[in-house]
Design a protein. Structure first.
Ligand SMILES: Cc1ncc(COP(=O)(O)O)c(C=O)c1O
Lengths: 415, 154
């Protein structure tokens, strides 16, 4: 058994953390709520909920427009959230942080505004077998439009990237490498720093899809030297409707706008317009104001606890759960990379993942069953679906035990 | 909690889920349609042969899916074989009603006997997200008869 009391005192108080998340105190079907689907979208702490309410309670106004005090205050808070993201990712300039709706929009922005202009017929984009649809489909669309070549790096059976093959796939025609930082199905942490080094040495830019990474480990875009980094606020204990694209200033400066409208211009005449400085150039229209501020509050919350403590807690839970699950007959864990986070995909011999999810739900355990927006990965694994339990900073051993007990119920019914 | 689950996963369902009947592809399929549930990845193909009287003379299926969708497809093949297309369609409509309304009384309906057999699937009422699993094969059959190649629950 792992002893959570080992953690340095006052940095990680799981009971205190759990009490910050009002939803965790509720019951589902008369059972305690074991929420194990944070990889899909995380629950929100009181601090984030309050920050969002405060935007509307204490005075809401549009940003970047009003010549009155309230608008200035809201603008400061909105731009303050950008400063927090900048610091969170250790970006050099605040203008390198573009607010989007989500990671999907961030990736599409890079496809439409960077890749569409940089890549020509026959140029190559490299992605991986572990990618989420949102890092596959935008490149397919562009491939069809520009006659590009889309290459896919395969994985091992354990769910690790075949770096040897990646090196071979990189050619002088490779202009962009777009990879997940962490797989949403397998939990695999990819060696992104090495991927970036290799890509750069052959002249390709790199976009990292950090959707599953930012809540598990600290990310330093300058140390990674990635060209673009994308994530969604809602998986980081922040609200939905807000995402982030980090891009290197010189790249963003050279890119045309993604959308046209208010806020993104410098001057407009009917003949022509000039663009605002970064980040405004990429933020057309009224942004998700309260959501950005909510994301800022989520980052404060994470920083207060510390990503190192969070990672330690989650890792202990991963080990505990993995060893308990391994004892269940007929259960197979899908994704056994040596470097993985607390995302556990599994199958049971006796029951389909969808049936597992229904029975688990009645036992108060929320997991996700299906292809997890990664159909090509499911095909590679030869599985129609998996059941995925993902653990966030608020999960504890009780959640893991409730999961294992519910899996026993599945076996009782299907056994 | 267990009661409701046992109601959903009755013996008949578990049996048909594990050992589906008419689980085959005919040598020369006459009409076929794929049924897909993109949400959970369930995929099946229903094959149907209809004679000149618009009567279903053979029906079978293949595919992958959860216990509910496979059991429902299996039961469907047993039940609609020998029925006219119109009767099968009427059964589909009543079956959907049974899966979605709480006090649907099918006793006076056409096909009451068949509906009684299908009642084992009506436990999905308590599990709204699973209604699509129960009706997937039926929608695929409907599509195959109409000559539509693929249907999706989304
Ligand atoms: C690895 C990965 N990439 C991209 C996404 C898409 O995120 P969103 O739907 O918030 O844009 C997700 C979320 O499901 C993900 O896990």
């Amino acid at each position: 058994m792992i002893n959570f009391a080992d953690h340095p005192s006052n940095t990680f108080d799981i009971e205190k953390i759990r009490s910050d998340f009002p939803i965790l105190a509720t019951e589902v079907h008369g059972q305690p709520f074991a929420f194990l689907d944070s990889a899909a979208s995380a629950q929100k702490p009181r601090q984030v909920i309050d920050a969002i309410s405060a935007v509307y309670d204490s005075g809401y106004a549009n940003v970047h427009r009003g010549a009155y005090q309230l608008s200035e205050v809201v603008t400061d808070n909105y731009e303050g959230a950008r400063d927090k993201v900048q610091e969170f990712l250790n970006a050099e300039h605040r203008g390198e942080i573009i607010f989007t709706r989500n990671a999907t929009e961030a990736i599409n922005l890079v496809a439409a505004s960077y890749a569409r202009n940089k890549l020509n017929c026959g140029d190559e984009i490299i992605i991986t077998e572990m990618d989420h649809h949102s890092n596959i489909v935008p490149w397919q669309l562009l491939k069809a439009e520009k006659d590009l070549v889309l290459k896919v790096v395969p994985i091992t059976d354990a769910g690790e990237l075949r770096m040897d093959i990646f090196e071979k796939l990189l050619t002088s025609r490779t202009k962009l490498v777009s990879v997940p930082h962490i797989s949403n199905v397998l939990g695999t942490v990819l060696p992104v720093k090495r991927i970036i080094e290799l890509a750069h040495s052959s002249g390709a830019a790199v976009l990292v899809d950090g959707c599953q990474a930012v809540m598990h480990e600290s990310v330093d875009v300058r140390d990674l030297d990635c060209d673009f980094y994308a994530f969604s606020g809602h998986k980081l204990y922040g609200p939905s409707g807000i995402g982030v694209l980090y891009g290197k200033k010189e790249l963003l400066d050279a890119m045309p706008p993604y959308m046209g409208g208010g806020d993104m211009i410098n001057t407009v005449t009917f003949e022509e317009s000039t663009w605002a400085e970064l980040p405004g150039k990429f933020e057309a229209g009224t942004p998700a104001i309260a959501q950005a501020i909510g994301l800022g509050a989520a980052i404060d919350y994470i920083n207060d606890i510390g990503l190192a403590s969070i990672a330690k807690h989650e890792h202990a839970l991963l080990e505990y759960t993995t060893s308990r699950l391994s004892a269940i007959e007929g259960l197979k864990i899908i994704g056994t990379a040596s470097n993985k986070v607390s995302v556990i995909s599994m199958t049971l011999d006796c029951a389909h993942p969808h049936d597992m999810a229904t029975i688990l739900d009645r036992s108060g355990v929320a997991i996700r069953a299906g292809h997890h927006c990664a159909q090509p990965l499911m095909d590679r694994l030869g599985l129609p679906a998996t059941a995925r339990a993902s653990f966030g900073l608020y999960n504890n051993q009780d959640d893991a035990d409730q999961l294992c007990q519910a899996l026993e119920t599945v076996q009782e019914i299907f056994g | 909690m267990l009661d409701e689950l046992r109601e959903l996963y009755q013996e008949v369902i578990l049996d048909h889920g594990k050992n589906p009947r008419n689980f085959r592809r005919p040598n020369k399929p006459k009409r076929e349609a794929a049924g897909k549930n993109p949400l959970c990845g369930d995929q099946l193909v229903v094959y149907v042969d209809v004679d000149h009287n618009e009567c279903i003379v053979d029906v079978s299926f293949l595919g992958k899916g959860c216990a509910i969708s496979i059991a429902s497809a299996s039961l469907m093949t047993e039940i609609v074989k020998g029925k006219s297309i119109a009767d099968a369609k009427a059964l589909l409509d009543n079956f959907i009603k049974m899966c979605t309304t709480d006090d649907f009384d099918f006793k006076g309906e056409d096909g009451a006997e068949e509906l009684e057999r299908l009642q084992v699937l009506s436990g999905v009422r308590q599990f709204p997200v699973r209604v699509k699993c129960a009706t997937l094969a039926w929608h695929a059959l409907d599509a195959a008869v109409k000559g539509v190649e693929e249907i999706s629950t989304e």
